[in-house]
Design a protein around this ligand. Structure first.
Ligand code: PLP
Length: 449
């Protein structure tokens, strides 16, 4: 077996994503993960680590499930690859499309597959633009997104993401407009949460009036903004935003790349948690629990009927859309979730996890603990009363995540926030352990400030 140093020497040729590439190459900047099992991963040196970020918000059923590996292997032995282009299809893509449609709320019954959440979001916009062209509304192309959003890294998904991620880059800014942040704790400024919500909805309406509803094809929103720092909107926000969209004939895209497949205790959060049925749901990650790259754009009957009407080709798709091995992984993953009652289990353990993390607010430097169930963020503040954050050079969240990793827990730093999106198979004893490690890690850094 190669030593860690030998792996890192090879790794000098790899460009990591979303990283300070210079800092990474310095001694100690990278962790080599070599093995995984259940809720744990193992570093190359053999350190056992609780996977507090579930790979990357995705290994929902836990690592190394033999049933998954068997299902993928069996599929590869039967049909290694065929595309879903032109007039071709294959049994696993068909079966998964039907299964996903059966789990998705209401009238969401047609599925287009992709290989990443970014592409699923691009597909959603391309589908809507295609639909509007067919309806004789070629001007209806613009997209409303929100500050703090993360919708991916392709050219269009980057433009829909909060502008920080496209800073200085050329992006499709001409078709995307960002509504203000929905983060009450930071942006509420003395208003009640209800008043803040009214203000957000009024702002959404006036922005639509300003641009013109006949120019806007979609509003895209994550139920909880993940990579933006686990930001939850005020209660009732999504339903009211959806009502505004319906009133103005704007399609609502719920980006459930993270929130679907049990992370919030349901297969999809839109209806079961937020009480509304979007026109499109995009999802990825938990769809296969990360065992294979797969994403889905799930569209309503109305949209499907229009894009599959007479005349006009749907000129969109990726070679690996609905790859047989990925589709087999998706089917087995959902079967496991259903057989083991994962949604109900997460409604219990996730609520416990959320509460244990909220208990950390008794620590001075913890400003806000937010999120829901197994999607949580802890924001650190220099002064909780004024909400003043630590300067970026203090690297507080990074130091805390390192202190946690030393103690056996992987946490993701993001500015002044530590993000937790673990596997969904943790029992209460492991959740207690996670909370204890976080407390010790935070206190260690606080003591050194
Ligand atoms: N949408 C959301 C909400 C995400 O969190 C992500 C990735 O983290 C994406 C889209 C993009 O997914 P991918 O990285 O698979 O392209």
């Amino acid at each position: 077996m190669l030593t860690t140093d030998e792996v890192l020497e090879q790794d000098d040729h790899l460009i990591q994503s979303f990283a300070d590439l210079n800092a990474l190459k310095q001694q100690g900047g990278r962790t080599v993960i070599s093995r995984a099992e259940g809720a744990y991963v193992y570093s190359h040196e053999g350190q056992k680590l609780i996977d507090g970020i579930g790979g990357l918000w995705c290994v929902n059923i836990g690592h190394g499930r033999p049933e998954m590996i068997d299902a993928i292997t069996e599929q590869l032995q039967t049909l290694d690859f065929y595309s879903t282009f032109y007039n071709f299809t294959h049994p696993k893509a068909a079966a998964l499309a039907q299964k996903v449609a059966s789990l998705a709320p209401g009238h969401l019954n047609a599925v287009h597959f992709a290989n990443s959440g970014s592409v699923a979001n691009d597909s959603a916009i391309r589908i809507l633009q295609h639909m509007n062209i067919r309806l004789g509304k070629p001007e209806k192309k613009m997209v409303l997104s929100r500050m703090g959003a993360y919708h991916g890294s392709t050219y269009l998904a980057m433009a829909m993401t909060t502008p920080l991620y496209a800073d200085g880059w050329h992006a499709a800014h001409d078709i995307v407009h960002h509504l203000p942040s929905v983060h009450y704790w930071r942006e509420g400024q003395g208003a009640t949460e209800e008043e803040f919500l009214d203000h957000l909805i009024a702002g959404m309406r006036s922005k639509i009036d300003e641009i013109g509803p006949d120019k806007i094809c979609a509003f895209i929103a994550e139920p909880i903004q993940g990579a933006g720092g686990v930001i939850t909107a005020p209660p009732g926000y999504h339903k009211r935003a959806w009502e505004v969209c319906q009133e103005y004939d704007i399609k609502y895209i719920a980006d459930e790349v993270v929130t679907a497949f049990c992370r919030l205790g349901h297969f999809f959060a839109s209806k079961d948690v937020y009480g509304m049925v979007p026109d499109i749901i995009t999802t990825a990650k938990g769809l296969t629990s990360g065992y294979q790259p797969l994403a889905a754009t799930i569209v309503s009957d109305e949209i499907h009927d229009i894009i599959s009407g007479p005349d006009g080709l749907f000129l969109h798709g990726m070679t690996y859309s609905g790859h047989p091995a990925a589709a087999a992984a998706g089917l087995k993953n959902i079967e496991i979730m259903e057989n083991e009652g994962l949604p109900a289990q997460v409604r219990e353990t996730g609520a416990y996890f959320e509460q244990k993390l909220r208990d950390l607010t008794d620590i001075e430097m913890v400003g806000e603990v937010r999120g829901s169930h197994c999607m949580t963020g802890i924001e650190f503040a220099k002064d909780r009363a004024t909400k003043e954050g630590f300067p970026p050079e203090a690297q507080v969240a990074l130091k805390i995540t390192r202190a946690c990793q030393k103690r056996g827990l992987i946490v993701r730093p993001l500015g002044n926030v530590a993000i937790l999106s673990p596997t969904l198979i943790m029992d209460t004893a492991m959740i207690d352990e996670v909370a204890d490690i976080l407390r010790d890690g935070i206190l260690e850094v606080e003591a050194g400030l």
